[in-house]
Design a protein around this ligand. Structure first.
Ligand SMILES: Nc1ncnc2c1ncn2[C@@H]1O[C@H](COP(=O)(O)OP(=O)(O)OP(=O)(O)O)[C@@H](O)[C@H]1O
Ligand SMILES: O=P(O)(O)OC[C@H]1O[C@](O)(CO)[C@@H](O)[C@@H]1O
Ligand SMILES: [Mg+2]
Length: 328
């Protein structure tokens, strides 16, 4: 195997996700094992633009495998979307003799990496890291499993109050325009209803479901509201329901950013290790403009072009049907 790569830069970009640190550790140590120097770009693409690059060694990633967030920090960089920003990033990579980039993030991060690579010929490998699980080319993204577990732990707690007071709760969960966290958390918590971006539900249909719950002698009711659903935020949906059924006194909880934090689950740590390790090995093989992902129990490689043009989370009608039957 010929190693033509002298130095690489690794960065985390977009929303932070639990397991990003475990992944940084895997990238750094796999690269060092193969005699490749590693720089960490601080705050995602901003670090490349501002030459905020930190040389990393094996010890700089000690004691981080269990930490949420990202030691490299992350950002949503507007400047990287401009020609000038990309040019500055390229100049800094050249000045530091960096030949390749490993980016850990979501679809936006991959879009940026693809454009950058096509424009300047820099080798890039993407590693899927986002709680949204909204990327084609992998069954799971780093951070999703932990976020789902955090979400269901929070909903279970709300269920205690809902049960004790015979209340109706609308709980808004993250996921941008993907309903993956919403549907899975609805199944895991026995939620009575779920509003998803991938499925149109009218307010009348939702009210009917809730009224049917009352008729079936349900005391508490939990409605999971995916942030990207078409009816509106949990507050808006709650108001619309209250307007139609006055005797409900609905409560609203927006789980928000607590879903992104915390120590990564065993699943996310293993996934992060495998994907970080594979990303560097792909670079060594000469691969570029691609992402590593998990399919079944195998690591697969998908070209960024393909990953970015395919839509990801499709409504699994079988899961939806099962959820509906199991919550009668
Ligand atoms: N078309 C693009 N050209 C250049 N850079 C881009 C482009 N799209 C996104 N980026 C860069 O990638 C960054 C991260 O993208 P985005 O904010 O969409 O998050 P993400 O990677 O999809 O992660 P998540 O969805 O989990 O937050 C952007 O802030 C921007 O710097
Ligand atoms: O933290 P920010 O920038 O408000 O972004 C929130 C978004 O990021 C995510 O947490 C991860 O993509 C989405 O689920 C959510 O829509
Ligand atoms: Mg995204």
């Amino acid at each position: 195997m010929t190693n033509l790569i002298k130095n690489i830069a690794v960065l985390t970009s977009g929303g932070d996700a639990p397991g990003m640190n475990a992944c940084i550790r895997a990238v750094v140590r796999t690269a060092i094992f193969n005699n490749i120097g590693v720089y960490g770009a601080i705050q995602g693409y901003e670090g490349l633009i501002n030459n905020n690059l930190k040389k990393l060694d094996s010890r700089s990633v000690s004691g981080i495998i269990h930490l949420g967030g990202t030691i490299l920090k992350t950002a949503r960089s507007l400047e990287f979307k401009t020609d000038e920003g990309m040019q500055k990033a390229y100049n800094n990579l050249k000045a530091n003799e960096i030949d390749a980039l490993v980016v850990i993030g979501g679809d936006g991060t991959f879009k940026g990496a693809k454009e950058f690579s096509e424009k300047f010929g820099i080798k890039v490998i993407g590693i899927p890291g986002t709680i949204d699980n909204d990327l084609y080319g992998t069954d799971f993204t780093i951070g999703y499993d932990t976020a789902l577990n955090t979400t269901i732990e929070a909903i279970d707690k709300i269920r205690d109050t809902a049960d004790s007071h015979d209340r109706l709760f609308f709980i808004e969960v993250m996921g941008r325009d993907s309903g993956c966290i919403a549907l899975r958390s609805a199944i895991c918590t026995g939620a009575e209803a779920v509003l998803l971006p991938e499925r149109d539900t009218t307010i009348e249909e939702l009210v009917q479901e809730l009224v049917a719950g009352s008729a079936a002698k349900k005391n508490s009711r939990i409605v999971i509201v995916a942030e990207g659903n078409k009816l509106g935020s949990a507050y808006e949906v709650s108001k619309m329901v209250k307007y139609r059924v006055q005797n409900y006194d609905p409560k609203v909880t927006v789980l928000g950013h607590l879903q992104r934090g915390g120590s990564p689950s065993a699943f996310d740590r293993i996934l992060a290790g495998r994907l970080g390790f594979s990303a560097v090995n792909e670079l060594l093989k000469g691969s570029t403009n691609c992402m590593v992902g998990l399919s079944g129990n195998n690591i697969i490689v998908t070209q960024l072009n393909e990953a970015l043009t395919q839509h990801t989370f499709k409504l699994e009608n079988d899961l939806m049907e099962m959820k509906e039957i199991l919550s009668i």
